[in-house]
Structure formats: C-alpha cells, structure tokens
Design a protein around this ligand. Structure first.
Ligand code: PAF
Length: 283
C-alpha cells in the first residue's frame, strides 16, 4: 500500500492516475479508523479505480483544545486496517501541517447559506470554517472524482455539498449511511475513549432517536422534543446537549410539520466528557 507524507508525492501519483484516466475516490479522515471509515473505503472501491484515504487531525476544526489533544492517534493501526481492505488500490495520504496550512494555521471564513449556524455550528463556534478549509485544500490536492462522507456528520455532509456548489468544484460528494455497532451506537473515533459503563449506556442515544421517529408519526414536534428531553433528564449517565428536528435542506429547527418537507432528528449528548452525535431520517 502506498503511503505519502507530503502533498507533492501525492500529487505526482494523482497525475499518473489522471493521465491513465483512472477514477479516483477520496475518503478524508482524522485517523483512529473504525468499521465506519472502512465501509466508506469499500463503497469507494466499488465506484473508483483507486481510493485516497487522508489521515490528518485538523487543528482548526477543534473549538476545544483538550478535545484536540485527546483525539486518538493510531496511525500504525490505521494502516494495518486499510491493508485488510486492499493493498494495491488504496493510497494513504498523511500530510504535514505545512502541506495544508503553509505557515499560518488558521481557517478561511466561509458562508454556507446559513447551514453553518445551526446545531454543531452553534455549539462549536468556528468548527465548520475549519472543516471547510481542510476539505477544500484536501480536494485541491487529491482532485478526486468522488468523495465519501458519512451521514453521522449529516450537517458536515450538507455543508460540504454546499461548498462544492458555491465554489463550483467538480468532485461528486457521496453521502453514506451511518455505520453502527451491533447495539446501535453510531461508529465514531471518539467511542474508543468511552469508559465501559458509558459505552454500555451510549446506545440509548440511537434507541431514543428510533422512538422519537415512531412518535413523530403521530405527535407534534413540540411533544416529541419534550419527550426526548425528559428521557435524557431521567438518564443517569448521558447528558443531552440538544435534540432537534430539522428540515434537511436548511437544517433549521422545525416548529410545525409539513408533508412536503423532509426531516431528520439530531442529538448531541455527553457521555462523561465525551461528546457524541447521532441523527435519524424521520420521513
Ligand atoms: O469527518 C471528519 O473526520 C473530519 O471532519 C474531516 C472531514 C476528515 C475533516 O477534517
């Protein structure tokens, strides 16, 4: 498996693929790979000749310094996992800070038609400027035909699609269903930091989303929201940061349902000091 540690090497490799009309897929990651990432890579391999997987812990998207410091760093294990998927079709790109940021580690300011102000944007100031900056720079280096993003970070997915549209980029963004552990917990690199009792409790998040979906069929948005908030108030280990039902196009919270719109329910909750997010399609 080829592993490149700087952007010129990667770019030369991409040039060769392009000359030979090879389709390039891209899975950007921050490492600490799990089955969710591998499912993106596998999907990408079905639709492209080669897949570039980047591993880069992007400092500008962390609004909390401790979260950045504690983010798991497991490059050797990540490489071994990727090798189990393919030794010849995966190219790993582990850029340096300078490759992405040159001499100034800061985000560009983006406007994504207001998508950036909702949910994660409201609770994690600057987060989507950091994500937009790194993804745009990675796309410029990798020049993929298709890029794969998981729906666990549904807001991120919508924002990247908006960035492609607004900046007239040519990569096709492919959203992929949330990959879950057998007990329903959405796969996340943060899960491995959960203490055993919190790990055991965490599937409550998805269970509550599924129950909320059932209730959404008959109850009002207000009733569903209050019900979810109460479920979390009664829970001894998990602390709800937000639950909301939003229109998938605007990501704005909904007050009244319309049969013409498509909705998703979103949760962010703390398990100890670890922040978990999840979401579900409602209609
Ligand atoms: O979803 C992630 O892991 C990150 O936000 C991404 C897209 C790799 C950008 O750093």
């Amino acid at each position: 498996m080829k592993v490149f540690n700087n952007k010129n090497q990667l770019s030369n490799c991409v040039d060769k693929f392009k000359t030979n009309s090879k389709a390039i897929g891209f899975v950007p990651t921050m490492g600490a790979l799990h089955d969710g990432h591998l499912s993106l890579v596998k999907k990408g391999l079905l639709e492209n000749d080669y897949i570039v997987v980047s591993i880069f812990i992007n400092p500008t998207q962390f609004n909390n310094k401790e979260d950045l410091e504690r983010y798991p760093r497991t490059v050797n294990r990540d490489l071994a996992l990727l090798e189990t998927v393919s030794k010849s079709k995966i190219i790993v790109f582990i850029p340096s800070i300078e490759d992405i940021y040159e001499d100034k580690v800061s985000s560009e300011a983006f406007a994504f038609d207001g998508l950036e102000h909702e949910m994660e944007g409201a609770f994690r100031p600057g987060h989507f400027d950091g994500v937009g900056t790194v993804v745009k720079r990675l796309l410029e280096i990798v020049r993929p035909d298709n890029a794969y993003f998981g729906e666990k970070d549904f807001q991120q997915l919508q924002i990247i699609k908006k960035m492609i549209e607004l900046h007239k980029l040519t990569t096709k963004i492919v959203g992929c269903a949330i990959y879950r552990a057998d007990d329903g917990l959405a796969m996340s690199s943060r899960n491995e930091r959960l203490k055993p009792n919190y790990r055991k409790a965490a599937p409550f998040i998805y269970k509550t989303l599924k129950d909320a979906k059932k209730k959404f069929g008959t109850d009002s948005v207000k009733e569903v929201t209050e019900w979810v908030e109460n479920q979390f108030k009664k829970h001894e280990l998990l602390e709800l940061e937000y639950f909301l039902i939003a229109d998938i196009k605007t990501l704005k919270p909904v007050k009244r349902k319309s049969t013409k719109k498509t909705y998703r329910a979103f949760i962010a909750a703390y398990a100890d000091d670890i922040r978990l997010i999840d979401n579900i399609a409602l209609n």
